[in-house]
Design a binder for this molecule. Structure first.
Ligand code: ASP
Length: 331
């Protein structure tokens, strides 16, 4: 059976264009369709080898504008293709700004069976397609090599030749081509000349603590979870304002993730407000604003606020949204 690699376009800088080839920052993201990106890449034929491409544009946005409706649409298309026996793997072209969030979201909602032997690979670019030296074409070829690799499985990201797992990947630089890290976990591997060199075996799709079926996701309804940060001089004012009765027609806040300082520590005034709203039924989760490492439980003050199990604030927010969604469906 001729196997397929599916390309899903979401927009981003990889599909961006600028007026000048020397301008790598003043560009418009999401200007070219994924079909155009592929047809501008003759080398793709070699990397695809005997795989046939299937191409679909799911969204066309700057990923700073990513939201729940686009995630619902993407998850449903990915699940559809993953279930087809002739699909070998998927490549998603995406903006870098929220790539780590989309990867994490997909890793929690896609059916584990679908990911057991197939990879969903997100890729991106830091420079627009019109750049004198764009990084998108190589990233795209690397993504195809990864999606076809025999040991690849689960939701992965590849950028600048480095392979990251959805749980660990994080954008840490606003400009460099190698803008992502996997923090303490380290990368899973590297793509070199079209071959993947694993430094860690690709982990099996992790069993996630909550199961939200794709069919349960609705673009119109999602639990509102906000993120607040601790810093010198933080007060409880933002939390109290967020959790005040919502004006007619707007969703009330169901959860708050606090990006704490250091080991998840929180200013006493902010902590008092968080305890207060937690007592009123708002779910509160404590993460750290540190880019690396995770809250080490048991040693930190504020033990009354559950910690994020090693998730960054943005990923803890997604986990909490999905948890709230799952608990709604249990009634
Ligand atoms: N703002 C762009 C986006 O996330 C940045 C990028 O793709 O590098 O869509």
């Amino acid at each position: 059976m001729l196997k397929k690699i599916v390309f899903l376009g979401m927009g981003g800088t990889i599909a961006g264009t600028a007026e000048s080839a020397t301008d790598n920052v003043g560009y418009q993201a999401a200007q070219l369709g994924v079909e155009q990106l592929l047809s501008a890449l003759p080398a793709l034929r070699v990397t695809l080898a005997d795989h046939a491409p299937v191409v679909e544009q799911v969204a066309q946005i700057d990923s700073k504008d990513m939201g729940w409706p686009q995630w619902c649409a993407l998850a449903s298309r990915v699940a559809h293709y993953l279930a087809l026996p002739d699909v070998r793997g998927l490549v998603i072209t995406h903006g870098t700004d929220t790539l780590e969030e989309t990867a994490f979201f997909l890793s929690w909602v896609l059916p584990a069976e679908g990911l057991a032997h197939k990879a969903v690979v997100l890729t991106c670019a830091m420079r627009p397609s019109t750049s004198l030296s764009p990084d998108g074409p190589q990233n795209l070829l690397d993504a195809v090599a990864l999606a076809r690799a025999p040991d690849a499985r689960g939701v992965l990201a590849v950028c600048a030749g480095t392979v990251h797992a959805a749980r660990d990947v994080q954008k840490v630089h606003p400009y460099r081509l190698d803008a992502f890290t996997s923090g303490d976990a380290g990368p899973l591997g590297y793509v070199e000349e079209g071959r993947v060199r694993w430094v860690h075996p690709c982990p099996p799709a992790a069993p996630v603590p909550v199961q939200v079926a794709i069919g349960q996701l609705s673009a119109q309804h999602w639990p509102r979870v906000e993120i607040v940060m601790n810093y010198a001089g933080a007060t409880g004012a933002t939390v109290r304002a967020l959790c005040a009765p919502a004006p007619h027609g707007s969703a009330s806040v169901r959860g708050i993730v606090v990006a704490g300082t250091g080991n998840g520590t929180v200013h006493q005034d902010l902590e008092a407000a968080l305890q207060e709203v937690q007592g009123q039924g708002v779910r509160v989760v404590r993460a750290t604003r540190c880019a690396w490492g995770q809250v080490v439980p048991g040693t930190e003050p504020g033990a009354g606020l559950p910690h994020s199990e090693g998730l960054s604030p943005v990923k803890a927010r997604i986990a909490l949204m999905l948890e709230l969604l799952a608990s709604e469906s249990k009634g």
